[in-house]
Structure formats: C-alpha cells, structure tokens
Design a protein. Structure first.
Length: 409
C-alpha cells in the first residue's frame, strides 16, 4: 500500500515572557520615600522628646514659682527670700510682696529657659549622630557602587556590583552599571582578540616579503636596477612593519596595566639610551644627564618604550651641529619623573598638543620622512595613561622640547 505522507507539522506557537509588572512609582520603596519616612520619623520622635522634657521642666518651674516666698508667723509676715519691711504702710508692704513674687517667677522662667536650651543641645547632638548613622546605612549601597567602579577602572572589568536590597533607585543604578560593564567587557575582549588576530595576520605577510626581498638581494647575479628596487621595497616593508608594531602597541597600551612589577626608571632610561646611542653618534648629538633611582610599579617593556620613543624623538628632531639630549630621572613625593630635553627647532606652544596625535608631526600632518611613523609620542602618552601617569611637554627656550613623564611611585 502506498504510504500516506504525514500531515505537515504546524509551526511552533510564538512564546513570549510577560514583563514583570512594576508597581506604581508612589508604591515603590524609593530613596525619596525612605528618606522622607526616616527623617520625618526622626523629627517626630525628637519633637515628642523635646515636648516631654519642656513639659517636665515647666511643671517643675511652676511648682517652684507657685510657692509663697513668705510665711505668716504670730501675725507677722516673714520671708527668707524677700526683703520685706517690718514697719510700712499697707501699700508699700503690698508693693514689696508683689516685687518679691515677680522676682521669684522670673527666676523660675530663667531656669526653665536654661534647662530647655541644654535639652535642645543634647537632643540636637543625638539627632545628628542618629541621622548620620541612618544616612550612612541608607547610602551604603552607593559606597559599594563607587568602590566597585574604582576596582573596575583600576584592575578588572569582570567585577560586578550585584546589589541586593529593595527595588529602589540605587538598585536600578547598580543593575544598569552591571549591564554597562557586561558590554564593556565584551567590547574589550573583542578588541584584544582583534589585536591578537591582526598581529598575526599583519606580521606574517610582511615577514614573508622581507625574507623574499633579502633572498633576492643576496643573489650576486641580480642586476643593479633590481637590487636598487629591492632595497627600496625592503625599506618600505620595514617602514610598514614599524607602523604595524606601533599600531598594535598603541591598541594594547590603551588599557590599564593589570600585572605590575617594580621597575626602575633610571635603568629603563639607560637601556633606551644604549639603543639610541649609535644613531645619536651618527647625527652628532650628545646624550647626557644624571639618572637617580626612581622605582615605580608597572610593565617594564612598556615603560622602556616610553623612554625609547622620547629619546629617539629627541635625537632625530635636533639641530645639525652641537646638539644634545639630556635624560634625567628623579623621585619626588608620591611620584617618579622622567625628563627628556633636547636642542632642536623652535616649537610653538600651540603645536604641542598636535604632537601627541597619531601620524602628526610639527608643521606636517602626515608621515613622509625617515624620522619615524608618527606614533612615538602617541604610544608614550597611552602607556603613561595606562600606568596612571601623564606626559607634559613644554617648548624649550632657544628651541627644542622638554618632556616630563610623571608616574605614581
């Protein structure tokens, strides 16, 4: 018997998850409502206590003020409080008694006022202390958010706040911050992955080109025109390799340095000078300066790149004759300083910021010379920022620049 085809299956029904019904705003335990209830209750309690104290003090004052300041003994009026005349007319005697009663009432009111002020001061101190404690308790989630944000900015993007508690503004802020951190972590992870892949994909063909060019240049039977072309292509390939290395280093150095070790800036500067000394001798530039020990926490390779870039720029952008480069290091309170100054062309103050932009040079916007690829100062600034430091450049009187690198010690 012929097989009967099975009836077509119906497409799955769309599923949806109903959104969580949020309570009205005026029913949510928001910070405004909680603070209103808290401080309103505190004022109510303080008012009740102050009213009770004033009532007791007033009752005591009325009790004292209602006591007669005189006694009638054997038909005569005597008093230990008032100065009553022994023999006087009835009007004078009544006036003296009235003065004595008024004086006693005024003393009772003064006593009531003084004790009320003391009670007010005491309640104010208690209210401020209790309010400070309660405000700290209410705002403690905000401190937790701040601490987590600092840890994320300083070390690790994988940390989260994960705030528990009532569904108020602070809980909403913490949740939004966690979602932002998730997106940032994915973005930085993708960037690191791209840098790694680009590092491999860009270096490999350039290395192959360099090898092929070197092989052809080593052929003794190659014509001179081909050798000259090979040298030009080899120089262009080397320039491309430097550009790729600079771009990759610039991308890596934009992030914070997680693994830090003690690094002496004096040693870093000395290694940079050793690598640049040959070029300086060819250009007739003297390198000098005293380098005192200045230990910082950071990545030694990247810090050496700062010193190398600054020293190379100081050597290459110098005067043709009797030029010099001065490299010094010193330790200041809370920070270490690397200073690289040089002779050279006059640099306008308004051009300083442009020097730190990628592919920018003095009076020229693009690369096109044998002095580098235009990334040296950009890399130095990025590495300094990744270490929590900064670079300050100033024109030197008579020409040249003074570069100061400040790093936390």
């Amino acid at each position: 018997m012929p097989t009967v085809p099975a009836p077509p299956t119906a497409p799955p029904k769309p599923t949806w998850e109903p959104k969580r019904q949020e309570s009205p705003y005026w029913l949510r335990p928001t910070i405004r409502i909680r603070l209103t209830l808290l401080y309103g209750g505190m004022f109510l309690i303080a008012g009740i206590l102050l009213l009770a104290i004033i009532y007791m003090l007033a009752a005591q004052a009325l009790h004292v003020g209602s006591e007669l300041p005189f006694k009638i003994v054997n038909g005569q009026v005597t008093s230990t409080v008032c100065n009553l005349p022994e023999k006087a007319t009835p009007d004078a005697f009544n006036a003296a008694m009235n003065t004595c009663v008024n004086h006693q009432r005024q003393e009772a009111l003064d006593t009531l006022l003084n004790r009320s002020l003391l009670a007010l001061v005491g309640l104010s101190v208690i209210a401020f202390a209790f309010g400070y404690a309660m405000a700290g308790r209410v705002l403690s989630p905000l401190g937790r958010i701040t601490r987590t944000a600092r840890q994320v900015a300083g070390t690790d993007l994988s940390r989260r706040i994960e705030l528990d508690g009532p569904d108020d503004e602070l809980k909403e802020l913490a949740t939004t911050f966690d979602e932002m951190l998730d997106r940032l972590e994915r973005a930085f992870t993708a960037q690191q992955r791209f840098v790694g892949n680009a590092s491999h994909e860009l270096r490999t063909p350039l290395a192959i080109n360099r090898t092929l060019l070197e092989v052809h240049l080593s052929d003794p039977q190659a014509p001179p025109e081909l050798k000259q072309l090979g040298k030009t292509l080899l120089a262009t390939n080397e320039r491309s390799e430097q550009l790729v290395e600079g771009l990759l280093l610039l991308a890596r150095s934009d992030n914070q340095i997680v693994e830090r070790k003690p690094v002496d800036l004096a040693e870093v500067a000395s290694r940079a000078i050793d690598q640049t000394r040959g070029e300086a001798e060819e250009r007739g530039v003297e390198i000098r300066g005293r380098r005192a020990p200045a230990v910082v926490q950071g990545n030694g390779v990247l810090l050496e790149r700062i010193a190398l870039n600054l020293v190379q720029n100081a050597v290459r952008y110098n005067i043709p004759e009797q030029g010099w480069v001065e490299v010094t290091t010193e330790l200041q309170p809370g920070q270490a300083v690397l200073v690289v100054s040089n002779t050279g062309p006059v640099v306008p103050a308004y051009e300083i910021d442009n020097l730190f932009e990628p592919f920018r040079r003095l009076r020229t916007e693009r690369t096109g010379s044998d002095k580098g690829v235009g990334l040296g100062l950009s890399i130095a600034r990025s590495v300094a920022r990744a270490h929590g430091g900064r670079i300050v450049a100033e024109p030197r009187e008579g020409g040249g620049l003074v570069m100061r690198v400040f790093l936390p010690a």
